[in-house]
Design a protein around this ligand. Structure first.
Ligand code: 4AD
Ligand code: MG
Length: 431
């Protein structure tokens, strides 16, 4: 009786008969022998079928197989150093579940719009498969790092009554007659959770109605947000750079095969080691001005500016202490310079831009209230948040890391649309 297994585990069954369940990646035949590349989600293996072994009828059926036909194949596992995964199958037979119709995605080149319209099928391609595996590993590494450092996962709500990151990018929804919004960030709730558990993180989808049509912006993206009580800006930067460095080292350790499929230059990733270089916002503006960019102190960086600043480094770069006026109300004022907020961003190298944003939170009730009102927010709606400064206020800091941005950087992708199975973009809601 053949054992049902998967391509990934063939090495455990050398010389034995196995059964594989998958899809036809590719097939061809000569007069007497057929070659089937079987894709089963865990890998691709070549199955060799001889007419003499399987008989006329089955061999004739083999010749009719179309790309992406769902199929079960059984046969004996043979070690073969020339085969891609090191093994091939000497097939004894197969059954077809459904003979696929003419598959729209062929090995020829297709345009981006076509591929995006067929995203539900495109996901099966070697490259997209590799990206999803790296994404999975990045998420696993993130959780392992935080879990092993005494961070507790506490989920925060998706449906919220008010804004975290300013009101301009909220997706509104009707909540039984009340105005509600999809969350932009779990941070405010995280701050409450950090006072219950000290170190926490939330990890979920976040939403921004950003009218940005860039290679870095999604309207729905996944963000991991660690938040630490008794932590200042310095501590915050240290946690963030350690997390990023750990993720890169884990992906290098586990996902070499995928990075090869993606033709990623891993030399660049191997250089990533904490601590990362640090630059104040003011120094960053000066370096932009020196590079001939028309930029005044006080403005926010655009994607192009981030690229220019970070291209001067092989490592991710931490930019800190931004003008308070361009940052959210909750950021702590710099005690050394009232114009500044104790925020920080990590910019990825190779022009990938901001992957992390965070900072120290304002712990003083009066200052926080002032900032909130200055932003035109209502103190009443944030009453619960202000309570965190009334009952055991402490220095508190945290950050958010956008998973898709990190995937794009580590995989070396030109656009975030390939970093998530079904991207939501300004101009794309389907499939
Ligand atoms: O810098 P942001 O807006 O920071 C916050 O939301 C904080 N409340 C996080 C915190 O301190 N807990 O977003 C954090 C990160 C960015 O650095 C970026 O990686 C990602 O989220 N991000 C996006 N990713 C894809 N598409 C978008 N539209 C994104 N907006 C932010
Ligand atoms: Mg930011």
């Amino acid at each position: 009786m053949a054992t049902t297994t998967s391509v990934k585990h063939l090495g455990e069954f050398t010389g034995e008969e196995v059964l594989l369940e998958g899809w036809v990646y590719n097939s061809r035949s000569s007069g007497k022998v057929g070659f089937l590349m079987l894709r089963d989600g865990t890998g691709i293996v070549q199955c060799v079928l001889s007419r003499a072994d399987v008989g006329e009828e089955l061999f004739a059926a083999f010749k009719e197989l179309t790309q992406e036909t769902s199929i079960t194949v059984w046969g004996v596992v043979k070690e073969d150093s020339r085969a891609p995964g090191g093994y091939e199958i000497i097939a004894g037979g197969f059954t077809v579940h459904q003979l696929a119709l003419d598959y729209p995605i062929t090995p020829k080149e297709h345009g981006t719009a076509f591929l995006m319209d067929h995203r539900h099928l495109w996901l099966r391609s070697r490259r997209q498969h590799a990206i999803m595996l790296v994404r999975h590993e990045i998420i696993r590494a993130t959780r392992d790092f935080l879990d092993d450092n005494d961070f507790i996962l506490v989920d925060t709500p998706i449906i919220t009554p008010n804004a975290c990151e300013g009101t301009s990018t909220l997706f509104g929804l009707d909540y039984f007659g009340r105005q509600a919004y999809l969350t932009q960030s779990g941070q405010l709730y995280n701050e409450a959770n950090a006072r219950a558990h000290k170190r926490v993180y939330c990890f979920g989808p976040t939403f921004r109605a950003e009218k940005s049509k860039t290679r870095r912006h999604l309207t729905e993206f996944w963000m991991v947000e660690p938040e630490m009580a008794y932590c200042d800006l310095e501590g915050d930067m240290a946690w963030a750079e350690q997390l990023v460095a750990y993720i890169v080292s884990r992906v290098l350790e586990t996902s070499g095969q995928q990075l090869e499929v993606l033709e990623r230059d891993t030399g660049k990733l191997e250089q990533v080691k904490a601590p990362f270089p640090r630059l104040s916002y003011t120094e960053a503006v000066e370096s932009l001005q020196a590079a001939g960019v028309d930029m005044e102190w006080g403005g926010d960086f655009g994607g192009g500016d981030e690229t220019i600043i970070s291209e001067q480094y092989d490592q991710p770069l931490i930019v800190h202490r931004f003008p308070a006026a361009i940052k959210a109300f909750y950021m702590k004022q710099d005690p050394d310079d009232q114009r500044l907020a104790l925020g920080m961003d990590i910019l990825a190298p190779e022009g990938y831009g901001e992957i992390v944003g965070g900072g120290q939170r304002e712990e003083d009730l009066e200052v926080l209230m002032e900032r909130l009102l200055a932003e035109g927010l209502s103190a009443k709606e944030y009453e619960w948040y202000l309570d965190l400064r009334r009952y055991g206020s402490v220095p508190c800091a945290g950050f958010g890391m956008g998973i898709e941005r990190v995937v794009a950087w580590i995989c070396g992708l030109p656009h975030v649309r390939e970093t998530i199975a079904f991207p939501r973009l300004l101009n794309r809601l389907e499939p």
